[in-house]
Design a protein around this ligand. Structure first.
Ligand code: ME8
Length: 651
């Protein structure tokens, strides 16, 4: 039977010298997904690459005193090295300066031009070179600032080819509405529906004021707009526009275009319309994940806070870095990176839970059975419970991975790992070993443990592909018997197989421990302060000191509206709120998560202390504090009727 196919892409990255863990997240996620699909028996194809044309790159090359081609060639080596170190097993690496790509883009342009959907006109308006994006007067505002990156925009005025996007507005809207899984997660989908409903203008798709791009096939004075050029990579890499379209025929439409939310708009508006205009099928899914953020905000070169994945790999190993990115950043949402959090994941999840399970299991089989796996006897309820959990965790992890939610998929795997560790404590093999009559029971326990190790390790393969070979070398499992999803069925551990203790898989990071502890303590303290801040302090209620009116008047109390609200990862008491105080937007952290869901907070009119000094809680700056009444364990956020105007003073 022919295999089902799976085609996944990352964005093609700009050739900057600042590849960071944010880029790493997209590529590791795509790689893990590909490995998972392979285990499931799919014929997979995974594409990444570089976006090498456009004004921004021409400028960067000139600034470095290089030709643009030389500049992008040098950068391509850097990026490819990085992906190799991150164990990215892509099938192809497309570079938009390659002949195969240029041919494909020319064909796409011509096809749409011949159809009448590209016309020559004149463009006058705003352009952000950094984002390579056109903006309207309204979008750049009076300050002429890019609404996406905040940099100053240029005014440009030139002859241009335009793409008749407006013609496809209704068709696109219908497509998005009829295909609920086309744009994921759902929040991104709603944003895009609103965006398209707001109206689409024809898009300027050529430039004449520089030449670092693909010449318009019918007019060499123009180069093709870099986003039209870049988006086409997903099909030119499959041979679209060449004589050999075997890959295109096999793999298009793509199953997933993966990226961060910043470029969802290009992929769910411009790209589908290009495909519609060229009568080509649309990708099945466009998935926009969140940002990897730092306590100091978004990574940026100007802030000097870019985290280089290569340094982390050298320090902590590739498995830990990949695991961290996949486990720590919640699917589709923003997440935080800190070295303390990484070390914690290594020490707790990888060293303590998983690594220990492997080493304890192997050590016990060596000790009690001379390293030869015994035959299991009949299972007792506690054994069956472990078997059943393993059987449940496999489809649970798969269901999450299918949704590109590795954070929850890995959490599911660790349920099995934790259960297996607890099973050791409950079955107490060291006690069984003392009693010759319990020999068979001891054998059954060992086999259950080793089989749990096998299943957990297989499930961790997409995240940490270098780990299974190290484990099999210790557990004696045949690598070939631990590759496919079907082999996850209970029973792959065989009597007679030989175990052999090896080095610990994940040594604890001792020297960092103090630092990690200090960070955790500081965070816990911050959380506590936040929780207290949200409630009326009990001691204040008990013995309030008298203050005069003037002192009270220093407190600026205002009515605010909660615009959006979300949990803060790993802070079970805190919610992050975006609020409006009149025209002003602010972020607030409130210790109300144990009393309110984010949904219950949205839309409320609340009272905030507007002139409280900002404080950082779990890496989020809280610009104020909300008022709530604490009645024993009950907490009520003071909420005003909806018609009280936001920004009103509370006296
Ligand atoms: O936009 N967190 O390229 P680019 C998570 N060339 N992901 C991040 C991130 C962060 N902090 N920072 C970057 C371009 N990314 C275009 C794409 S595609 C036809 C053309 C990731 O080098 C994320 O995947 O600026 C984001 O979409 C991508 O890098 C942007 O990379």
């Amino acid at each position: 039977m022919e295999k089902q196919r799976f085609y996944i892409t990352t964005p093609i990255y700009y050739p900057s010298a600042n590849a960071h863990i944010g880029h790493g997240l997209t590529t590791v996620l795509a790689d893990a997904m590909t490995r998972y699909k392979k285990m499931q028996g799919f014929e997979t194809r995974f594409l990444t690459g570089m976006d090498e044309h456009g004004q921004k790159i021409a400028k960067a090359a000139a600034a470095g005193g290089k030709s643009p081609q030389r500049h992008v060639d040098d950068m391509a080596v850097i990026w490819q090295n990085l992906w190799e170190k991150l164990m990215i097993d892509n099938d192809d690496f497309i570079r938009t300066t390659e002949e195969r790509h240029i041919k494909g883009v020319e064909k796409l342009f011509r096809t749409i031009y011949d159809k009448g959907d590209i016309y020559l006109s004149h463009y006058q308006g705003w352009y952000c070179v950094s984002c390579e994006t056109y903006f309207t007067e309204r979008q750049v505002g009076e300050e002429h600032i890019c609404p996406d990156c905040g940099k100053a925009v240029d005014i440009i005025e030139e002859e241009s080819y335009f793409f008749r996007m407006s013609k496809y507005q209704d068709r696109l809207l219908r497509y998005i509405e009829e295909n609920p899984y086309f744009i994921q997660p759902a929040s991104r989908r709603n944003e895009m529906i609103n965006f398209v409903k707001g109206g689409l203008e024809d898009l300027c798709i050529s430039r004449t004021s520089f030449d670092w791009g693909i010449p318009v096939p019918i007019n060499e004075k123009h180069v093709i707009y870099v986003w039209f050029d870049a988006l086409s990579n997903y099909i030119t890499a499959l041979g679209y526009g060449s004589d050999d379209t075997a890959l295109y025929d096999a793999f298009w439409p793509a199953d997933v275009h993966l990226m961060a939310k910043d470029i969802i708009r290009f992929h769910t508006v411009i790209w589908p319309i290009i495909l519609m205009a060229a009568d080509l099928p649309l990708p099945k899914k466009v998935f926009g994940h969140g940002w990897v953020l730092l306590d100091s905000g978004k990574m940026s070169k100007s802030k000097g806070n870019v985290v280089d994945p290569q340094l982390l790999i050298e320090k902590y190993g590739v498995a830990a870095v990949r695991y961290f990115l996949l486990r720590e950043i919640p699917s589709g949402q923003d997440g935080y990176y800190s070295e303390a959090a990484l070390v914690q994941r290594i020490n707790i999840d990888l060293a303590n839970d998983y690594g220990n399970l492997v080493s304890r299991t192997v050590a016990m089989i060596e000790k009690y059975f001379d390293g030869i796996v015994p035959a299991a006897g009949s299972a007792e309820p506690i054994d069956r419970e472990l078997e059943e959990l393993a059987a449940a965790v496999v489809p649970e992890a798969a269901a999450y991975m299918d949704k590109l939610d590795f954070a929850n998929a890995l959490a599911a795997v660790f349920k099995l790992i934790s259960r297996a560790n607890k099973y050791i404590d409950e079955t107490a093999p060291w006690a069984l070993a003392k009693d010759p009559a319990e020999r068979q029971r001891l054998a059954t326990v060992m086999v259950h443990l080793l089989e749990s190790v096998r299943i957990a390790t297989m499930l961790l393969t997409p995240a940490m592909p270098n780990i299974p070979p190290l484990v099999w070398a210790q557990t004696g499992h045949e690598a070939a018997a631990c590759l496919d999803w079907q082999q996850l069925a209970w029973g792959g551990t065989k009597a007679g197989q030989q175990v052999k203790k090896g080095e610990g898989l994940f040594p604890r990071i001792e020297w960092k421990e103090e630092e990690a502890k200090a960070a955790a303590k500081a965070e816990a303290k911050q959380a506590e302060t936040a929780a207290k801040a949200a409630a009326v302090p009990a001691e204040a209620a008990a013995a309030p000191a008298l203050i005069d009116y003037e002192t009270f008047a220093h407190v600026d109390l205002r009515v605010a509206e909660v615009l959006s609200c979300e949990p803060i990862p790993k802070a079970d008491k805190l919610l992050k709120l975006e609020i409006a105080i009149g025209e002003e937007r602010r972020t607030l952290v409130a210790g109300v998560a144990q009393h309110y869901t984010p949904e219950e907070m949205v839309g409320r009119k609340i009272i905030v202390v507007a002139n409280l000094k900002p404080a950082k809680l779990r890496g989020v700056e809280s610009q104020g504090m909300l008022l709530a009444a604490a009645d024993g364990s009950r907490l009520e956020v003071i909420t005003l009727p909806p018609d009280v105007a936001s920004g009103s003073k509370v006296r």
